[in-house]
Design a protein around this ligand. Structure first.
Ligand SMILES: *Cc1c(COP(=O)(O)O)cnc(C)c1O
Length: 466
């Protein structure tokens, strides 16, 4: 069998395009993409044949084309199973929205809406008006505004209140929140001079008082969302800090981070400071996230004094950081659910998952273990029920663990385990667990659709891993 003879038998792009199996692909993916991928497939075949490979039939070429087209049309943003044990996982998109929020977002996407139009007067309206009343009602604040995320909220609040002047922050609160959010850097970008006071573990009222001078614009209090200092520690409570700020005529800005709207202990979770408490303590401005414990879409809220919120709204940065109608609609629908805290844990998926009892998750693990075991045993993997510790994630109650349960998948070797984790990530709906103590652990706290999970797992055929 000679190479050149084989290559002459290879169909051309045009011939392939006319093949009955290919025309539906043109319908589905568009001609340009199919031609592009056909060229690549035929190019690869030519290379393979030149180095001694066999010439594939038309069916083989179509199969290769199909798999390339599937790859290109498949989105990395496709839904996945978050079985990592971290409920609010920043890298996995944080909160899952309530059905009410999804419906509101879909409607806002589909139709025109009075986003900045006053239906009563027929004149221009305000984008924030859709959320202001709700936020004030739920937090007890005088006024409220909304921007892209909490990082933006902190940036614009600092810039509006303190540009060219000083902000006092405790050394125990100079946080870094994953990625590029480091408080000293944000302050620099906001044009505010950072004045550090106290020490890493202890900061006292007198430290703040001593640092206040003619250049001081504000005191910034930051919730240490992702770490916890234990031992010989001291911080100044919000109410005392507010008295100090008021006395000196400077602003107290409290960055709550996750900032819950309700006391989470009623759902069996630890206590995070609520926004209402921070407002009642006398903070002039409070900032918090929309997609952390609050359970809505990405957004950053600033609530507080009317004159300061007006100043923030006049800042040209506001236009750069504003949110669109889809998120405003979803946020308003999410906030409305808070009017009925008794049913909140049933309606907000994030809270539902966080408050699931350990026994319930364990029962699910017991139910699934034999079926998952049967699917994976042919490939040499052993499955058993195990204890897990879920985390809230996204900077809320960083040291609190929620007892949970899951599946522990053990393999004969480390490489077999890595291979399984990689295979799970490549499924039509990827399954993400955590590699722990020589096993792949799937924490089932966030698993709601068991049938879909088993169906997805059945894509793992025995020979796929072995
Ligand atoms: C999470 C967090 C931020 C950033 O909020 P995003 O909504 O992620 O932009 C800022 N400050 C604190 C204290 C946080 O916990």
């Amino acid at each position: 069998m000679s190479g050149p003879a084989d290559l002459r038998a290879l169909p051309s792009v045009d011939q392939m395009l006319n093949a009955p199996a290919v025309s539906p692909l043109v319908e589905q993916h568009g001609r340009a993409l199919v031609v592009d991928e056909l060229r690549r497939v035929l190019g690869e075949v030519r290379l393979a044949v030149r180095s001694g490979g066999a010439l594939p039939g038309k069916d083989g070429i179509v199969a290769a084309l199909l798999s390339r087209l599937d790859d290109r049309s498949r989105s990395n943003l496709r839904p996945l199973f978050n079985l990592t044990g971290t409920v609010l996982h920043t890298n996995l998109g944080r909160a899952l929205l309530a059905q009410e929020a999804i419906d509101a977002a879909v409607e806002a996407m589909r139709e025109a809406a009075a986003l900045e139009f006053d239906l009563d007067s027929g004149g221009r309206g305000e984008r924030d008006s859709h959320l202001r009343e709700l936020l004030c009602e739920l937090t007890g604040a005088e006024d409220a505004t909304v921007v892209n995320n909490n990082a933006a909220a902190v940036l614009i609040a600092l810039n509006s209140v303190g540009a060219g002047r000083q902000a006092i922050v405790s050394r125990g609160e100079l946080i870094e929140i994953g990625g590029a959010f480091r408080m000293p850097d944000i302050m620099e970008r906001a044009g505010v001079d950072l004045v550090e006071v106290g020490t890493t573990n202890r900061t006292h009222a007198k430290d703040y008082v001593k640092a206040i001078g003619p250049e001081t614009a504000l005191i910034l209090k930051v919730h240490t969302s992702n770490y916890w200092i234990e031992g010989f520690t001291a911080e100044v409570p919000g109410a005392e800090l507010s008295a100090i700020a008021r006395e000196a005529g400077v602003v107290l800005l409290n960055d709550l981070g996750s900032g819950s709207l309700v006391d989470l202990s009623r759902y069996g979770l630890g206590k995070e400071p609520t926004v209402r408490e921070a407002v009642a303590e006398g903070a002039d401005l409070v900032t918090f996230s929309g997609d952390k414990l609050l359970g809505g879409p990405q957004a950053g809220f600033i609530v507080g004094r009317k004159d300061l919120i007006a100043e923030i709204n006049r800042n040209p940065l506001k236009r750069a950081l504003r949110v669109d109608k889809i998120r405003i609609a979803a946020t308003a629908a999410t906030l409305k659910l808070y009017r009925d805290p008794d049913r909140l844990a049933l309606r907000l998926p994030t809270l539902f998952m966080l408050s699931r009892g350990e026994a319930e998750v364990r029962a699910q693990a017991e139910r699934l273990a034999p079926q998952v075991g049967a699917l994976l045993a042919p490939s040499g993997y052993a499955v058993e029920v195990c204890n897990c510790s879920s985390q809230i994630g996204s900077g809320a109650l960083p040291v609190d663990m929620i007892p949970s349960a899951g599946l522990r998948i053990a393999a004969a070797s480390g490489s077999a385990l890595e291979a399984l984790a990689a295979l799970f990530r490549s499924l039509s709906r990827p399954i993400l667990g955590r590699l722990r103590d020589g096993a792949l652990v799937l924490d089932l706290r966030c698993l709601s659709d068991e049938a879909e999970f088993l169906k997805t797992l059945s894509e793992v055929s025995g020979d796929a891993v072995a």
